[in-house]
Write a protein that binds this ligand. Structure first.
Ligand SMILES: [Zn+2]
Length: 494
């Protein structure tokens, strides 16, 4: 499924991380306590993630950072924001809709890279490096809350009882802001990229700040944008020999497709249909309307719109993904296999596409197809070990095949990735007797048991002797015949 929101709580819609429904996603990390407190969610979507990879990695490299060492997080939040710390850089979905060109977003990414390269979060870097994604989000949000003048909210949000100076996390000093600005221009120059986008987007932010006041926008809270800073940036930017380099029409269109998808999945469907009237026959308009109709339970119209895209661009993996998602979510699971299979063929290394396909295959109830699903899911968890949703689906596939111990192990991993240590311990213990001692799976179960062992009063480690096989975990069959909630699926991580 395309756009997927990874939510702390299933109450709010999208599976961001995997399901921007059409953003196709699966949710991964379960959102932890800190994230849950504010109801934030991260977003998984193969298309947006690929966009960020393509645009961020060169900038990180130009900044002297190891591009592979930095994890990029997409936050489901309509406000404009970006942040960086430790080995993470996060962007809000609102950054995409606020920007007018890819080059503007490059300016923001380069600025964040400047903070990373300058080690501006040095005091927190180590803590962040050791924390999982949800924890990072909690820390970042806590920083934002404090910047907004509500320290008790920030501290409550964290709830860690740690003597970390939270305010050090995300609020940069004016000199750090100026340094990040100057660094950003250096990086863009190294890449032969224009610095005009940075000027344009900061200029709009500046006006926004003047008009609305600073407290409203989270980005301005952590990145104060003073007039003198803007002037200094402008002077330097305009000296760049690449100032007038422009994004190509293809690059503009690629961003417009992402904007259409985000609006389709995250904005009110009726508003999206007003924003993209039928008179607009562009690809982004078809994309936005396909998602809006899908979320508005108008499946025929949704399919008509998405099929205009898959017919015109049969080799676009994301259009195929959306068609598969729409079919799947409306119970036409067998029909959804072909478009999902196509998207896997087009980007075989993408775990999210394989998870989509696997879900459709499992729903077929055909043994051969379920066996194939297992293969895709094993590949997916090899790509994304921390994808709790992929482990969950793998558990379902194993259970369908009667592989009880492996199903329990996959469930244990899924629960572990969701932060449910007690459940993880329970399922790993249950799996162990059915796994052959010394195999990779046996070791995986032992690792989970050891990692989740309660400190006191824990039962002894289970013996490796075969024990009577426990009854397979009863799983709710995924009945999706009635598409009551066409929003991207929510994964309850707890
Ligand atoms: Zn900054």
């Amino acid at each position: 499924m395309p756009l997927q929101l990874v939510k702390a709580s299933p109450k709010f819609g999208l599976r961001l991380r995997n399901s921007l429904a059409a953003l196709a996603a699966l949710v991964t990390a379960a959102a932890p306590v800190a994230a849950e407190a504010q109801g934030i969610s991260t977003l998984r979507d193969a298309e947006i993630e690929q966009w960020l990879e393509d645009y961020s990695r060169p900038i990180f490299a130009a900044a002297g950072l190891n591009p592979k060492s930095i994890e990029i997080i997409i936050v489901n939040d309509p406000t404009f924001n970006a942040f960086a710390g430790g080995r993470y850089m996060g962007v809000n979905s609102g950054l995409f809709t606020f920007a007018k060109t890819p080059n503007e977003i490059e300016g923001v990414i380069a600025h964040e890279a400047g903070h990373l390269a300058g080690n501006h979060g040095a005091r927190s870097a180590e803590a962040m490096a050791n924390a999982g994604t949800p924890m990072i989000l909690g820390l970042l949000l806590a920083g934002a809350a404090i910047a907004a003048g509500a320290p008790e909210a920030g501290i409550g949000l964290l709830g860690l009882g740690q003597n970390i100076a939270i305010k050090d996390y995300l609020v940069y000093s004016r000199s750090q802001e100026a340094t990040a600005d100057q660094s950003s221009i250096t990086y863009l120059d190294r890449l032969g990229k224009s610095t005009k986008g940075a000027m344009d987007i900061w200029g709009r932010m500046r006006n926004y700040q003047i008009i609305t006041g600073q407290r409203i926008n989270p980005f301005l809270q952590s990145h104060p944008l003073a007039n003198e800073r803007y002037s200094a940036l402008q002077t330097r930017a305009m000296e760049s020999p690449y100032f007038n380099v422009q994004d190509s029409p293809e690059e503009i269109q690629r961003l417009q497709l992402i904007q259409a998808k985000i609006k389709g999945f995250l904005h009110d469907p009726l508003q999206t249909l007003r924003d993209y009237p039928l008179s607009d026959q562009s690809d982004p308009a078809h994309y936005a309307r396909a998602v809006a109709y899908y979320r508005h339970s108008e499946i025929d119209k949704a399919l008509e719109e998405v099929r205009k895209l898959t017919t015109a661009h049969p080799n676009n993996p994301y259009f195929n993904e959306l068609e598969g998602q729409i079919l799947f979510e409306y119970g036409r699971t067998n029909e959804s296999i072909a478009p999902h299979r196509k998207s896997v063929e087009l980007i075989p290394d993408n775990a999210l596409m394989r998870i989509n396909l696997a879900r459709s295959l499992i729903a077929s109830n055909e043994p051969d197809l379920i066996a194939e699903a297992t293969t895709h899911l094993k590949r997916a968890v090899a790509e994304e070990k921390d994808n709790g949703f992929a482990w969950y689906e793998l558990a379902r596939a194993y259970a369908e095949q009667g592989e009880t111990a492996k199903a329990d192990l996959a469930t244990a991993e899924s629960r572990f990735q969701s932060g449910a240590q007690g459940d993880a311990n329970h399922f790993a213990r249950r799996a162990l007797p059915g796994l052959e001692r010394g195999t990779a799976e046996w070791r995986q179960a032992m690792d989970i048991i050891l990692a989740t062992q309660p400190a006191d009063g824990a039962p002894p480690l289970p013996s490796a002797e075969p024990a009577p096989a426990p009854a397979p975990e009863k799983r709710e069959p995924e009945e999706k015949k009635t598409p009551d909630v066409p929003d991207p699926i929510i994964i309850d991580s707890n």
